[in-house]
Design a protein around this ligand. Sequence first.
Ligand code: IPE
Ligand code: IPE
Ligand code: MG
Length: 265
Amino acid sequence: MSENSRPLPPPPHPSGAQPPALPAELVPQHVAVVMDGNGRWANAQGLPRTEGHRVGEATLMDVVAGAVELGVKELSAYAFSTENWKRSPSEVRFIMGFTRTVLRQQRDDLNDWGVQVRWVGRTPRLWKSVLRELHTAEELTKNNTTMTLNMCINYGGRAEIADAARAMAMDVREGRLKAESITEKTLAKYLYSPTMRDVDLLIRTGGEQRTSNFLMWESAYAELYFSDIAWPDFDRRHLWKACQAYARRDRRFGGAKDAVIDQSE
Ligand code: IPE
Ligand code: IPE
Ligand code: MG
């Protein structure tokens, strides 16, 4: 998007489906998605696992569009974990190469929609060419305000907290930080993206019911939503369904309200 132009609305879903009318305060501000089930989806059709990753690109763009339409402010997509290096070299190579292509091909549309792309993850092992595309997308979209898209690539929740602890320890050693003044707020400032909101809704597709090291710190009070649908079959209508379920949840954050008022008090 150029300096003075307004963002374009993303194209509607091909079915013509519109986002549900949720009161703004019940729309999750930050949705995190574990995009899982690509490999099993492909294998079930006699295709190599990588075909699932390929089809998953369209799902991501559709979900981004649906999140913008609903008024979500931040979307975090788990694209490659620090544990995914355990996969076969050919699958890792495919994912890295494909991620680079997706970033190059989709950054202009994301920019037109007013989406700000941010990379969340760690540098070691990550392909330099992927990093370059991430930085190009970040630079192109840095002034956009419609929604932030955190691309979590070479990301691990434990690694993020360990990296933050190391950086804090170094600042203590250099005299820039007092050990006794470290609080939760201090640690949050040392995370990969200090401006990231807490996750309101964490969705995992593909049938597994675990978070697999995704945004551990940021999801401490996230509502969890598990879908059996594999990522390549998921679309913005499923995202909206998850958001409707979220709107019905009772978030207490450790507090409690007595439903029976004790008159003697
Ligand atoms: C998620 O799908 C994508 C990545 C982890 C890169 P998977 O590749 O994990 O697919 P399944 O879970 O094996 O079906
Ligand atoms: C989580 O999925 C990581 C991503 C979606 C990028 P995995 O498929 O790697 O998780 P596990 O191995 O089932 O826990
Ligand atoms: Mg998986």
